[in-house]
Design a protein around this ligand. Structure first.
Ligand SMILES: CC(=O)SCCNC(=O)CCNC(=O)[C@H](O)C(C)(C)COP(=O)(O)OP(=O)(O)OC[C@H]1O[C@@H](n2cnc3c(N)ncnc32)[C@H](O)[C@@H]1OP(=O)(O)O
Length: 146
């Protein structure tokens, strides 16, 4: 065991520095503002969820080409707090195309205010979207981009 172990990037918060994914698409960048904070001064989880819902819809929208709704948040993990001034990058990857639904994995990375170009993964989630017709009923989605 080392006498001076390196700090664990998973627990040091601001010091974490991970590589951005290369197999996912950057679908959104946004900077949270003071009005998005909870009582602790961290960014409200519901605000992050709303951004993830928007970001996750980008890839399915190319298939659906019309109305769709979010049917399920299959998984949502807040790995680290988000703070005012962080630059958030949302990456998305299609994980499943069903008959009427599309499931997407979303990962969110923060460049901390004052530590730009270093990334910490702050959130990961999986959401499912359903294509709907004019009556709000599920409709089939193409299995490939056309
Ligand atoms: C901006 C916003 O939209 S905010 C989010 C608010 N969301 C909504 O208002 C949606 C409200 N829900 C609905 O309108 C309906 O439940 C619908 C249209 C999404 C689905 O209608 P249903 O009659 O339940 O359809 P059905 O049972 O056929 O399921 C449709 C698809 O959703 C999938 N699905 C349904 N429930 C779930 C679930 N809990 N988790 C994952 N997928 C699900 C089904 O597997 C199916 O996918 P597939 O065809 O690819 O296999």
């Amino acid at each position: 065991m080392s006498a001076n172990p390196s700090p664990n990037p998973a627990t040091t918060g601001r010091g974490a520095n991970v590589q951005l994914p290369t197999d996912q698409e950057l679908v959104l960048k946004v900077i949270p503002m003071p009005g998005d904070c909870n009582a602790n001064g961290d960014i409200f989880g519901g605000w992050v969820m709303a951004q993830v819902d928007l970001a996750g819809a980008v890839v399915p929208a190319r298939y659906v080409k019309g109305r769709m709704v979010t049917v399920a948040v299959n998984e949502f993990v807040f790995k680290q707090p988000v703070r005012v001034g962080d630059i958030l990058s949302f990456f998305a990857k299609l994980t499943r195309i069903g008959r009427t639904s599309i499931t997407v994995k979303i990962e969110v990375f923060a460049e901390r205010f004052g530590s730009l170009n270093e990334y910490a993964k702050v959130t990961e989630a999986s959401l499912t979207y359903v294509a709907i017709d004019e009556h709000g009923k599920p409709r089939e989605v193409p299995q490939k981009l056309i």
